[in-house]
Design a protein around this ligand. Structure first.
Ligand code: GTP
Ligand code: MG
Length: 192
């Protein structure tokens, strides 16, 4: 099912500033520069909806977007600040971590946590333990999906190797649009 329209709703710094929408929500998380904002734009087929940049640390707030599928069903996509962004002060980093942590734990409307991993670097320390961290507070209505990004950067043999290593993952390129339809189908399952 295709997404036919998308709109920005709100940016928040922390959980208590968020609003209720009574829609299923999908959260995109992963390290800075992995391609979260670009993936939201590719899914929504809307360039410039979420702000992306080649400089890490672009997304600094929790951003809510509403997308509408061809059959009029709607979902919320949530773009998050990347973790591991180093070029801010220690205090700011600690505050971000606290805000992000609280948001992920309390926002029970999130039906799906999409963990983005750069397909060229599937073994970074920063991605280790993300699943375990989420498991501490996820409930039975929430699921976790690994999505490998930037697959346009892999050659055929690298791609085959990665695919055989993570059989349940989804593989996408926001640049070539490969795998975007598959991810659209997957998130459509979380319509309320
Ligand atoms: N080749 C290629 N580049 C991509 C792809 N997706 C994103 N990029 C590039 O990667 C860079 C980072 O993309 P963003 O979408 O801003 O990444 P982000 O995860 O939102 O980063 P933060 O907001 O800093 O956490 C940009 O230069 C994008 O153009 C992709 O599928 N292929
Ligand atoms: Mg971003």
């Amino acid at each position: 099912m295709n997404i036919v329209s998308a709109k920005f709703l709100i940016s928040c710094e922390k959980y208590f500033q968020t609003q209720e929408y009574n829609l299923g929500e999908i959260a995109f998380l992963g390290r800075s520069n992995v391609g979260k904002s670009s993936l939201i734009n590719a899914l929504a087929n809307h360039k410039g909806l979420a702000k992306s940049s080649s400089t890490p640390g672009k997304t600094q707030l929790i951003n809510f977007f509403e997308v509408t599928f061809a059959d009029k069903n709607k979902l919320i996509l949530i773009d998050l600040p990347g973790f591991g962004y180093a070029r801010v002060s220690k205090d700011k980093k600690a505050a971000w971590n606290k805000n992000l942590n609280e948001f992920l734990q309390k926002r029970k409307e999130i039906k799906c946590f999409i963990h983005l991993i750069d397909s060229r670097h599937d073994d970074l320390d920063i991605d280790e333990g993300v699943y375990e961290y989420l498991q501490y507070f996820m409930n039975e209505n929430q699921i976790y999906i690994k999505v490998f990004t930037k697959i346009d950067k892999l050659n055929q043999s690298e791609f085959s190797k990665l695919k055989s290593k993570y059989k349940d993952a989804i593989y996408v390129s926001s640049a070539s649009k490969k795998g975007i339809d598959k991810l659209q189908e997957k998130i459509y399952e979380f319509i309320k």
